[in-house]
Design a protein around this ligand. Sequence first.
Ligand SMILES: *Cc1c(COP(=O)(O)O)cnc(C)c1O
Length: 390
Amino acid sequence: MSNNNISDSFISFNVPPYVGGELENIKDAVLKHKICGDGEYTKKCNKWLEEKTNTSKALLTTSCTHATEMAALLCNIKPGDEVIMPSYTFVSTADAFVLRGAKAVFVDIRPDTMNIDEKVIEAAITEKTKAIVPVHYAGVSCEMDTIMDIANRHNLYVVEDAAQGIMSSYKGKALGTIGDYGCFSFHETKNYSMGEGGALLIKDPKNLEMAEIIREKGTNRSKFFRGQIDKYTWVEAGSSYLPSELNAAYLYAQLEKADVIYNDRMNSWNHYYKELSPLAKQGRIELPIVPEGCVHNAHMFYIKTKDINERTEFISFMKSQGIGCVFHYIPLHNAPAGQKYGRFNGEDKFTTKESERLVRLPMFYGLTDEQLSYICEKVKEFFSKHSIMT
Ligand SMILES: *Cc1c(COP(=O)(O)O)cnc(C)c1O
């Protein structure tokens, strides 16, 4: 691959996964005249998730945002309640709780994993605190033993934002199954996709009935379809959180090839890690850290530059070489809505500083070895001209 053909060989930051089989499944659903929610493909996805994660119940939803909203409803979050979460996360983590009138209480992250710093959670707890929302950044687990211990001692709910964490684990337990509720995303930027979609994992089977009711517009229709009651009615305040069968059919093709996607991404991740290690050893960049006990899913590959200026230069250099690199997140506590609906507790030692240094390299199912080598070559070219971090 040469620089002369950048325009026709631009390496996108993300390409939505497609394994083949998706369209056949969709056609099958169409021909069976079942395209609304909770048909055969939705049930197959739910079952796959339950078996794969070893949890009592999984329900496919219209998004991870909606799965988190369901969790907020199930935790009975009310105006004035406080919910502790990192500021370095996607907006949905906060939105789901803020929408119920809660205040988002942001705390700092750890610089090694970019996850919530479990050591600063307890200081943020007040008599209004209802829940802790750990976000498993890049599919690398938060320190869940400590977080569950804090939650148990203070009688708080734990809702895992495992949007990026499907197929990852912490000490042998699948992410999303450790807290009371876990939320997955199947957005097109995630490892497995249905365009827009997600899933809610429910640890305690006693919460399943209410989850089904909330998901089905506040009715007990799921019970009715199982023949457990003879007619269904409106029993609670709910919404419509079930996805179309067409989307579920698309997703199921990918879940059936979950290991193929997983291995492909892991190969790309390992390729990056190996080839960029010398730059890290020289102190020119930093590479991701995966703590002991955490198995990740190669959701993303990021590097850290010296500072925001070097990152800006790096992104534009890579773009000029035909490679799409992106950064995120602008910490929520600095955003207009974050200031309105939240507060930062404690000191922002790492959230702002580390978020300004992080940049993501292309990562998607089907990234070729040739593309990976080309990207690494360009990363090395850029940093060889840059000073060593002090
Ligand atoms: C992608 C993502 C979400 C939102 O997922 P949707 O399915 O698009 O609603 C929430 N939290 C995190 C950390 C994410 O990465």
